[in-house]
Design a protein around this ligand. Structure first.
Ligand SMILES: [Zn+2]
Ligand SMILES: [Zn+2]
Ligand SMILES: [Zn+2]
Length: 172
């Protein structure tokens, strides 16, 4: 529960974008990525799109080897690690995917169409991840970077813990 003392306008939201109604339907997110790539004049190849789809369907940080296995199961496609890593690099360069360093795994970004800091909460119990945008965190990081005279290239915040449903299920 968000403390009532925080004004409504700056409460962290699962999603601050009115366009998606707070719903991140995998097919819609993949379609958005496709139109973004064509606007930018970059190619979302079949493999890149499939990997993005798998990441959206997974709902939790997914590693490269899990992706390779999923591609094999889906359409008996045999893809080597370097190919998958190259596809992931492309997806990250376009802001479509973030790497969760603590898991050595990947998650899709809900709103690659605009710049924002991705803030991920990851459940150590069930592995689910939730992306949040919090302008307060972005503001603080920008201020800290300015104080240090630091030029930031990557801003992904990872928070580990136990999600509400795992706590409710009493599994931990
Ligand atoms: Zn959204
Ligand atoms: Zn994001
Ligand atoms: Zn959980």
């Amino acid at each position: 529960m968000v403390p009532q003392s925080i004004p409504q306008s700056i409460q962290p939201q699962p999603c601050t974008d009115p366009d998606c109604r707070g719903q991140h339907v995998p097919a819609e997110r993949v379609a958005l990525a496709m139109s973004l790539c064509s606007e930018r004049g970059v190619r979302l190849t079949e493999l890149r799109r499939q990997i993005l789809e798998l990441l959206w369907e997974s709902g939790r940080p997914t590693g490269a080897y899990e992706l390779i296995e999923a591609l094999r199961l889906r359409d008996s496609r045999s893809v080597g690690p370097p190919t998958v890593y190259r596809a992931l690099e492309f997806l990250m360069s376009q802001g479509l995917v973030s790497k969760i360093e603590s898991r050595n795994a990947y998650v899709p970004c809900a709103h690659p169409e605009r710049r924002h800091d991705c803030l991920f909460f990851i459940c150590s119990d069930c592995g689910a991840s939730a992306e949040l945008e919090d302008l307060r965190v972005e503001q603080l990081l920008a201020e800290d970077a300015a104080v240090l005279g630091y030029r930031v290239t990557r801003r992904v915040v990872e928070v580990d813990g136990t999600c509400a449903s795992c706590i409710a299920a009493g599994t931990t």
